[in-house]
Structures are given as C-alpha cells and as structure tokens.
Design a protein around this ligand. Sequence first.
Ligand code: PGA
Length: 242
Amino acid sequence: MPKIVLAGNWKMYKTQVESLEFLKAFIPLLADTPEQRCVILCVPFTNLQLLSQTLHGSIVQLGAQNVHWENNGAYTGEISAPMLTEIGVRYVIVGHSERRQYFGETDETVNLRLRSAQAAGLTPIFCVGETKQQRDKGEIETIISQQLQKGLIGIDQSNLIIAYEPIWAIGTGETCAASEANRVIGLIRNSLSNPHVPIQYGGSVKPENIDELMSQPHIDGVLVGGASLQPESFARIVNFNC
Ligand code: PGA
C-alpha cells in the first residue's frame, strides 16, 4: 500500500468537458510531485471511462465514489465492483458521510460494500467520523470505534485506506485542528490489526492548512472535496511541503 495518499472527491461536480479542462491544467502542475505520493481522483460514474483513458500512464489514479455489494442484479441505479475494475478504476470511496446522511447508508451496508470492493481487487477508502452533536456529547471515541468495528468485519487490512472525516468539518470551511485530527487518527491506528493502513484526514482541507496537516505524525494523507475542484488548489495540496 502507498503510504501517502492524496485523494480528491469531486462529489456530483463536473461534466466530461469540465473534467478534461481540469486535467489539462492539473497534470502539468504535478511534474515535480514525488513518486511516493499516491494521487487519486474520485469522480462521478459518468466520467470514469473517459478519465481512465485520459489518465493512462499519468501519476493520477482513478477512484469511484460508491460501489454496490452484488456483482450484478436488479438494483436500479447502482454500479458493481466488476463494472468499475473493467474500466481501470482502482479505488472507491465507501461510507462517505453524505451517503450515510442522505442515502440511508448504515455500518452494515458499508461493510458489504467494502467487502465487494476488495473481492474485485479495488482498494476502498473507508470513511468514518462523528457529527458535531456526538463530539459535543463526548461520544467521539464510541462512535468511531463502532463504525470501525462493524465496517471492518471480514475486511483485509492490507488493501485498505481509512479516511477520518469529522462531519462538522465537511464542506463547512471549519477544519478540525491538525493536532486533534492527529489524535483521533492515532486512536484509529491503535485499534487496527495492521498499523500500516494509510489513514487520511478529510474536512475542509485547503492549500492554507495542508502543510500543517501533513506535518502531523499520524496523518498519512487527505481526502479533499471542494478544494479538489480547482486544478491549482488541488495541485498545491498534492505538492504539500514537508
Ligand atoms: P470538503 O469535503 O473538503 O469539501 O470539506 C471533504 C469530503 O467530503 O470528503
């Protein structure tokens, strides 16, 4: 597994034309990016095939934003793991808080999706994190350990990335203090059977805070929403200074 993982999550943004415009500006900005940094773009399903062809041979890897747990079947609107691997997708986000909040994703369905991803040879980016209310009530450790315990049943920890994304910091501009993100990620690491699983921080990561976040000993990378939509800002994040 790569140790430093910098992933962009485009969510429901960018048409194919807009994706190509992004790449035209973004790829040249990675000319001096150190090889050991794994750069991933998790894009809408409709852009995967095109980006798979366009990114071939570049440093940027391709990721999807969700995957179903069956290989095929009567599941209208869903996409399976073999459909993703067939077109060159290597990574997939699973259990993002927006999926949990708006689409009824539970720890159980997250676990099923993680398993199907791994079975097809994809590397899942498994998201965990607490709400503001849970944090204020002092429940953070309990919530995260429950998400991890249920999510990781039957999961191979040698082919896994975890993203710690405090929900109150996602899309709000309110970043978790780097030291606090580091503390929680340290707790997550201690609870894993494989301490080498890359663990990312996610939630309002931007060019202004990336260097401080990446200087923390436990933070192995970032999962970036809004700031991954602009080539210059995502390139600055990928090319963080350490
Ligand atoms: P944000 O999103 O960077 O826009 O806060 C992060 C995420 O949802 O993964």
